[in-house]
Design a protein around this ligand. Structure first.
Ligand SMILES: Nc1ncnc2c1ncn2[C@@H]1O[C@H](COP(=O)(O)OP(=O)(O)OP(=O)(O)O)[C@@H](O)[C@H]1O
Ligand SMILES: [Mg+2]
Length: 371
């Protein structure tokens, strides 16, 4: 048992609320390293996941996301460090005895069992009575939009349908922890959005602690309480979706999550000097585009501006994107499409401006990502 006083003084727990301090975190990685040959797939990873939290691991291919999840699932063991669930080391607990629902790409459905039998199986193992099994299966199949598919065999389903059955099967026994590796990867856009909100409401309803791996930034932003950005086996940054998007620590995070404009050759540094290793960055939707002779606004002293020439206009439904040449740089501007809006054409002169307070300084390199 760890006492609250000890935890409160521990920098790893900063940001946790007081009510969470009384219980250990649901999941904790303590300095976990996984080596393959001479290469660390996961490097000195330390993190905690609170009870009921939805944590997403985001990062480029090969950054160690699946490895981190496989360690948690118990499919592989750490080379160094320890993993705790509900305050207890799970080092000696085999994966089938860890109380976790799992949706992995490589963790397929039972091919010889119907969809209904796939879902019933984990309940049978736990001695749940037939009537309750049938009710739970029907309920969950409906939640993943497969109410009429109970009698099909997995081979008679599309990839996306199989993924949805896998999600239902992971949830069927009401596990305290859910692990998802690219759970919506095979779905088309509309279904993916439907399933995102379904996962969100299932997560809320079941109060299930969830760790999800994805490539998809939008999915990470939509679903998560917190997001980890991984790079080269280490954590580059961990924060809320808003914190990560609005206050990226590094150039890597700024570029990985959303689009970023770097302003070092557009604006002069304050007092003529810029902190070394830092770069000014602004998000495309924070820049306003207007005709060159726009009247000065009352808040002009809070703004910075640059003159440029429109190089490209990209129409994307609800958004219009401009690439604007400013000196040697190209700035991206993103505007919500509105009916009373002026539309600029390639070759037109424009004036860009933005609030000084919307400019962030990001590190060009970080320790974690020296890969
Ligand atoms: N069994 C293994 N043997 C050797 N190297 C491995 C093994 N599994 C993973 N790796 C290496 O570890 C690193 C991290 O792999 P991992 O599968 O965790 O990446 P990932 O972030 O999930 O990537 P992706 O987005 O492509 O799924 C990669 O460089 C990979 O080649
Ligand atoms: Mg992976």
């Amino acid at each position: 048992m760890i006492h609250a006083a000890t935890i409160a003084g521990d920098p790893r727990y900063q940001g946790d609320t007081v009510s969470q301090l009384s219980a250990p975190p649901q999941i904790e990685f303590r300095n976990v390293t996984k080596m393959y040959g001479g290469v660390a797939a996961v490097k000195e990873l330390s993190l905690t996941v609170s009870r009921g939290e939805f944590l997403t691991i985001l990062g480029p291919s090969g950054s160690g996301k699946t490895t981190a999840l496989m360690l948690l699932a118990g499919f592989i063991s750490p080379t160094q460090g320890d993993i705790l669930v509900a305050g207890k080391s799970v080092a000696s607990v085999p994966s089938y005895r860890r109380d976790q629902g799992i949706v992995f790409q490589s963790y397929a459905l039972f091919p010889h069992l119907s969809v209904r039998r796939n879902l019933e199986f984990p309940l049978e193992m736990r001695g749940v009575k037939a009537a309750e099994r049938a009710e739970r299966v029907a309920n969950l199949l409906a939640r993943v939009y497969l109410g009429d598919f109970g009698d099909r065999m997995p081979s008679q389903l599309s990839g996306g349908q199989q993924q949805r059955v896998a999600l239902a099967r992971a949830l069927i026994a009401d596990p305290p922890v859910l692990l998802l590796d690219e759970p919506l990867g095979a779905l088309d856009r509309n279904l993916r959005e439907q399933m995102q909100s379904e996962i969100k409401s299932l997560h809320k309803e079941f109060g299930i602690t969830t760790v999800c791996v994805t490539h998809d930034q939008e999915e990470a932003l939509t679903l998560s309480d917190r997001i980890i950005v991984m790079r080269g086996g280490s954590i580059e940054q961990i924060d809320t979706p808003e914190g990560l998007y609005d206050r990226p620590r590094s150039l890597f995070v700024a570029n990985f999550l959303g689009e970023a404009n770097f302003l070092q050759s557009v604006i002069a540094p304050p007092n003529g000097a810029r902190p070394s290793g830092m770069m000014p960055m602004i998000r495309p939707e924070r820049i306003r585009i207007a005709v060159p002779d726009t009247p000065t606004l009352a808040d002009a002293h809070q703004r910075q501006h640059a003159n440029g020439i429109v190089a490209e206009v990209i129409y994307a439904g609800a958004l219009r994107k401009y690439n604007v040449k400013v000196g040697d740089s190209t700035l991206v501007v993103r505007e919500h499409v509105a009916s009373d809006q002026q539309v600029f054409r390639p070759g037109e002169q424009v004036r860009l401006d933005w609030l000084r307070s919307d400019v962030r300084l990001v590190a060009t390199e970080t320790n974690g990502g020296a890969a």
